[in-house]
Design a protein. Structure first.
Length: 364
């Protein structure tokens, strides 16, 4: 019987995290359960967080947080307990397996179940913790919208809105100064943000990881606009966009306990366009602006539904599952299925077809 649960937020930030925390807390408290939040990812259970590392969550603690960005539990991206990063005396980094320590701490706190909120990496960790004896239910969180087992993840809509607002603002300055702007958006392996914001923000070129680009085709599109009297262009590029026969631009290779960091595609493209066309080209990286700020209504609503559904799954004994959205209904999918594949943009996706029919260049 469940009486005491914990909630963990892992991976990168996403608008709507606090809404999930509120929904989990209120739904569980109505059942008479105690709810606790683990601070700094799993750091609160491993002594790698400000004291206290585990905090009680009641109605006053989550009052008024639905609209707030970030997470009241603090930094989410604090490492993998199976590959916990440590700094060596010589300044290098290595990893150690602290999963047994984590499991022991979980049970010492008297927790009966864990609500793990995260993307594919965090949910893979949750699956391994389930295998080690921690009862888990997952909630999908990634602004990239790239989890294959659910139709949408919270945070995505706000990220798209932020990017679209930026593109709207860039149009006036691009036209006034007769410039080409290359805007880099998040999306390491899936181009959902770039495609959706690029289409909504009337970009002239959209580059996504799923469609390798040819720089010559992009230059031709830019020149076509200038020759037609439209002496500016807006190019949207997902951070994981790759040239034909090339590789994505990575500024930091994966180090102990941390994933590689993708960046630089916008700057590289701006230089190439300047060299090939002679046009005034500038690059802009939105970066963490896409993660921050107030979640919009769509993300608040779906985050609240996911949080309440997680408690429902615990109540029904559906452990080892993730709350997933299908046909506007929340269902349960096994954690193993939740992380089985990345949800990438199909090259024949209707959004891609629509953009092409409107004259958008994908660089292919």
């Amino acid at each position: 019987m469940i009486k005491r649960i914990a909630i963990n937020t892992g991976g990168g930030d996403a608008p709507g995290l606090n809404a999930v925390i509120r929904a989990v807390t209120l739904s569980a408290r109505r059942l008479g359960w105690e709810v606790y939040g683990i601070r700094r990812g799993y750091g609160g259970l491993l002594g790698d967080a400000p004291e206290p590392g585990v905090v009680p969550l009641d109605v006053p603690a989550v009052r008024g947080i639905t609209y707030r960005g970030g997470t009241i539990l603090g930094t989410t991206n604090r490492g993998n307990p199976f590959e916990w990063p440590v700094k060596n005396p010589d300044g290098t980094r290595s990893v150690v397996d602290r999963s047994d320590e984590l499991v022991a701490a979980f049970h010492e706190h008297g927790f009966d179940a864990l609500v793990a909120v995260g993307g594919d990496g965090s949910l893979r960790i949750a699956k391994r913790l389930m295998d080690k004896g921690i009862p888990v239910v997952g909630v999908p969180k990634t602004i990239d919208n790239d989890l294959g087992a659910t139709e949408v993840t919270f945070g995505f809509h706000t990220a798209v809105q932020t990017a679209t607002d930026a593109l709207d603002k860039l149009h006036s300055t691009a036209e006034s100064h007769e410039r080409v702007f290359v805007v880099e958006l998040m999306g390491r392996t899936a181009g959902w943000i770039a495609l959706t914001a690029g289409l909504a923000g009337t970009a002239d070129v959209i580059l996504i990881p799923e469609i390798p680009y040819d720089i010559a085709r992009i230059c031709a599109k830019v020149e076509e606009r200038y020759q037609q009297g439209r002496r500016f262009a807006i190019i949207v590029a997902a951070e994981g966009a790759v040239p034909v026969g090339g590789v994505a631009s990575v500024v930091e290779k994966g180090t102990a306990g941390y994933a590689p960091r993708f960046a630089g595609v916008a700057e590289r493209l701006a230089h190439q366009l300047l060299e090939r066309t002679g046009r005034d080209c500038r690059s802009l990286v939105l970066g963490h602006l896409q993660r921050g700020g107030t979640p919009n209504a769509q993300d608040r609503e779906i985050a609240l539904r996911y949080g309440a559904a997680a408690v429902r799954l615990l109540q029904d004994g559906q452990l080892g599952t993730m709350a997933a959205l299908h046909n506007d209904e929340i269902t349960a999918v096994p954690l193993a299925d939740a992380v089985a594949e990345v949800r990438r943009v199909p090259v024949d996706f209707d959004g891609v077809r629509t953009a092409r029919e409107m004259g958008v260049c994908f660089g292919d």
